[in-house]
Design a protein around this ligand. Structure first.
Ligand code: IMP
Length: 178
């Protein structure tokens, strides 16, 4: 089942779930025996994070940050912290879990910000990557899918707070978002 505002489905539910399972297994292996703190970035990562958490025996703490750089479908380029971590990052292995990397500005800011808190290590896990849009160089250690430069919604990603509930990732019709 798709949605009338969706032009085309880019990634179906089964494909996304299978990839998240693979990511969960890889991350569990890589961090076995370590003190992992998953840092979910609100709000877009919540669906991905909750599936990732259950996808393997991830023995970890979970915390959240909320940052804002977007309004509608465009980046403002300026990142603001709206909600900060409650857990200490000191001495821990941090894994930032984000829905999508576009310009890279948000993750670049988050990495610089979190590095100042004395973590043991810090890496990035994104469900989606739009490499053609990058404005600053940021590398995600774990990536679900690389996708073309289009505005997508679903699986946690929104347009003006809508469409997060869709179980797939789809391209929004141009007349809806422009
Ligand atoms: P960046 O700073 O340009 O890399 O953007 C990262 C943030 O922009 C993500 O956390 C999303 O909230 C939002 N974003 C970027 N591209 C899309 C998209 O195609 N759909 C929905 N949100 C997006």
């Amino acid at each position: 089942m798709t949605h009338p505002d969706i032009e085309r489905v880019l990634l179906g539910e089964a494909e996304i779930q299978a990839r998240i399972k693979e990511l969960g297994q890889t991350i569990s292996r890589d961090y076995a025996g370590r003190r992992l703190l998953l840092v979910g970035i609100l709000k877009g990562s919540v669906v991905f994070l909750s599936d990732l958490l259950r996808s393997a025996a991830l023995d970890c703490e979970v915390d959240f940050m909320c940052v804002s750089s977007y309004s509608g479908s465009g980046s403002t380029g300026q990142v603001r912290v709206l909600l900060d971590l409650r857990e200490s990052a000191d001495g821990k292995d941090l894994l930032i879990v984000e829905d999508i990397m576009d310009t890279g500005l948000t993750l670049h800011y988050l990495l610089e910000n979190l590095k100042t808190r004395n973590p043991r290590s810090i890496e990035v896990c994104v469900l989606l990557d739009k490499p053609q849009c990058r404005q600053v160089p940021v590398k995600a250690k774990y990536t679900g899918f690389q996708i073309p430069n289009a505005f997508v919604v679903g699986f946690g990603l929104d347009y003006n707070e809508r469409y997060r509930q869709l179980p797939f990732v789809g391209v929004l019709r141009e007349e809806v978002c422009c």
